[in-house]
Design a protein around this ligand. Structure first.
Ligand code: ZN
Length: 87
């Protein structure tokens, strides 16, 4: 099984991450994985993904787990920040 960072990076490189909402303290990303979409949100520094992987593992150890969708969203966020600083 590939690691989640690499999987997330692939999703990002495949343009599977869409920005639904973008404010410094409130972001929503939609991550497409095959035929499914997962919403990844960030509110005041708290990240969340609605997938089963995240829901299950985050319950076991809150705040310590990033699923591949969340990783993908953070790679996308880097793009947004790079662009905004340059602009
Ligand atoms: Zn997820």
């Amino acid at each position: 099984m590939a690691d989640r960072i690499t999987e997330g990076y692939k999703l990002y490189k495949d343009n599977a991450v869409f920005v639904e909402h973008y404010e410094p303290n409130h972001m929503i990303f939609k991550v497409k994985n095959k035929n499914d979409f997962y919403l990844v949100s960030m509110i005041y520094g708290y990240w969340n993904c609605e997938c089963a992987d995240y829901t299950y593992r985050n319950q076991r150890e809150p705040g310590s787990f990033y699923c591949k969708h969340l990783q993908a969203a953070q790679f996308k966020l880097l793009d947004l920040l790079n662009n905004s600083v340059k602009g």
